[in-house]
Design a protein around this ligand. Structure first.
Ligand code: NOJ
Length: 532
């Protein structure tokens, strides 16, 4: 960003660290992470070398969906802290050069939000039109076939008014009606409220949701291969979500974001199964600046699958738009489990690739120490939406950060019981890894330092290079990357670069790299020909 606030945004080539606040650091010993805990961890993040943080929902909420059911868009959840704590966090982060992004939930509110309480009071209420209400079908059942994220009907009957209301998620998360102009005004004010306080931007929850079909047409059955779009319903969400009118909302928000200096960032949770639809959320460079890439997240952990998604992503994004690379978040299994079956060599290889692709890298807390999922026992589950799923549902990826090897993982003060179990804390924790040159944490730190020095402020050129089967080689800016996604040693004929970093941590090999070990990745600088 130059002095006029034009040019590439700070997120180009940057690293953003996602903090699931309840699980990161508990400062007051109640077993829940909080904003003061985040402040206490800022020095660690500055040491690690990230550029910004994204905080999972911080607003007041009954927590049926742990903050994704907002009851006040202008406040801070009392269990996490106060507005003053958040202001202090922004200030302290700023002193360390870190930006702070919040999570915005515009698709639905909590049923405890005063808007919904009023809407429910009757058809003539001031806020009735903020939500999606419909009369029963002829048989008295739900108005159409739409299903919520649990697979149940997406409509709940309100006996008092004789109508149904829509919820694409839990019944206590009624969907907002984006056809209503007042909803636009409300969210414009919400954006400005937080931007005025120095919030650097928002991750936009369910960005593909917002508008619903005005005629409430039935969703059609999902074609084969559209699993990502359908959730558990078997339906393609072409009418209950994914409507084209949402683009106008993002154009309005982009104008608001760019009325600030520096411009604020809009990062969409664009949970769509194809890259063209993801790219459409960038508009003509006038909608969301960043979009999460779910086809990449759900690709197989092979050189061919990942490089294929990367090539297609770069081909479909409008010129100058910045891709996002991430592989873990609070809704899915962590990549060291999902992609790597716990193998730390593979986790380092994934980090190396994520950090050298052109664009923004979003790291989920714990990725830097290769934290794996924790199988949360049935009696300790916290996530209502996935309570019946085997293996821990979404809770498995939301367990406390491993700061040390103590039973509470150093997450909570005063011996309190963490809100979710910590799992096995030995080995993969910050204290054990910090200072050990062979650790994933030190590797990740070196990687981020190299990334900042080489890529900071730019979207580097990417060019795939020919490689042996199972090896993904590419040029990233001025550097060469070679990643061996196989169990075999492979030669790198003709590459002969100067090694800068290897996932084989601690195994310093001065001079040219001519072979890769199984699951090893390297970053190297090509030798430049001397000109006579
Ligand atoms: C996506 C969020 O990441 C997820 O945690 C939440 O349950 C749904 N949106 C509904 O808000």
């Amino acid at each position: 960003m130059d002095a006029l606030g034009t040019g590439p945004g700070w997120w180009h080539g940057a690293t953003v660290y996602q903090i699931y606040v309840r699980s990161w650091r508990d400062s007051d010993g109640d077993g829940y992470g909080d904003l003061r805990g985040v402040i206490a961890g800022l020095d660690y993040l500055a040491w690690l070398g990230v550029d910004g943080i994204w905080l999972s929902p911080t607003m007041p909420s009954p927590d049926d969906d742990w903050g994704y059911d907002v009851s006040d868009y202008l406040g801070v959840h009392p269990e996490l802290g106060t507005l003053a704590d958040l202001d202090l966090l922004v200030e302290e982060a700023g002193r360390r050069g870190l930006k702070v992004l919040l999570d915005l939930v515009p698709n639905h509110t909590s049923s405890a939000h005063p808007w919904f309480a009023d809407a429910r009071s009757g058809p003539g209420s001031a806020h009735r039109g903020y939500y999606v209400w419909a009369d029963p079908a002829a048989d008295g059942g739900p108005p159409n076939n739409w299903r919520d994220s649990t697979g149940a009907p997406a409509w709940t009957f309100d006996a008092a008014s004789g109508q149904y209301y829509l919820h694409n998620f839990l019944p206590s998360q009624p969907d907002l009606n984006w056809w209503h102009p007042a909803v636009h005004r409300e969210f414009g004010e919400i954006l400005r409220f937080w931007f005025d306080r120095g919030i650097a931007g928002f991750r936009i929850d369910v960005a593909h949701g917002l508008y619903k079909d005005a005629a409430l047409r039935d969703d059609p059955p999902a074609p084969a291969g559209h699993g990502l779009l359908t959730g558990r319903s078997g339906l393609a969400q072409v009418y209950s979500a994914n409507r084209p009118q949402s683009h106008a909302v993002f154009r309005d928000w982009r104008a608001i974001a760019e009325s600030y200096s520096p411009p604020r960032l809009l990062l969409g949770e664009t949970w769509v199964g194809d890259l063209d639809r993801m790219a459409a959320f960038h508009g003509h460079g006038d909608e969301l600046q960043l979009t999460f890439n779910f086809p990449f997240i759900f690709a197989d952990f092979t050189a061919a699958a990942l490089s294929g998604v990367v090539a297609r992503t770069l081909a479909v994004l409008p010129a100058g738009e910045c891709p996002v690379w991430t592989a873990s978040n609070h809704d899915i299994s962590r990549f060291p489990t999902r992609w790597c079956a716990g193998d730390e060599r593979k986790a380092r290889l994934a980090l190396l690739v994520l950090a050298t692709l052109p664009g923004t890298f979003v790291l989920y807390y714990g990725d830097e120490i290769a934290m794996t999922d924790v199988a949360v026992p049935a009696g300790q589950r916290r996530d209502a939406m996935t309570a019946d799923r085997p293996g821990g549902g979404r809770d498995a990826a939301r367990t406390p950060m491993h700061w040390d090897s103590s039973p509470s993982a150093g997450f909570t003060a005063g011996g309190a019981r963490p809100w979710l179990p910590s799992g096995e804390t030995r080995g993969r924790n910050v204290v054990a890894q910090r200072g050990d040159p062979r650790s994933t944490l030190e590797f990740c730190r070196d990687l981020l330092a190299l990334r900042r020095a080489e890529f900071g402020g730019t979207i580097t050129a990417y060019r795939e290079l020919p490689g042996a089967p199972g090896v993904w080689s590419y040029q990233a800016g001025d550097l060469l990357v070679a990643a061996n996604f196989s169990d075999e040693d492979v030669c790198l004929p003709g590459l002969a670069p100067g090694l800068l970093l290897s996932t084989n941590a601690g195994a310093a090999r001065p001079g040219p790299v001519t072979a890769l070990r199984p699951w090893e990745g390297v970053i190297a600088r090509p030798y430049r020909r001397r000109t006579a």
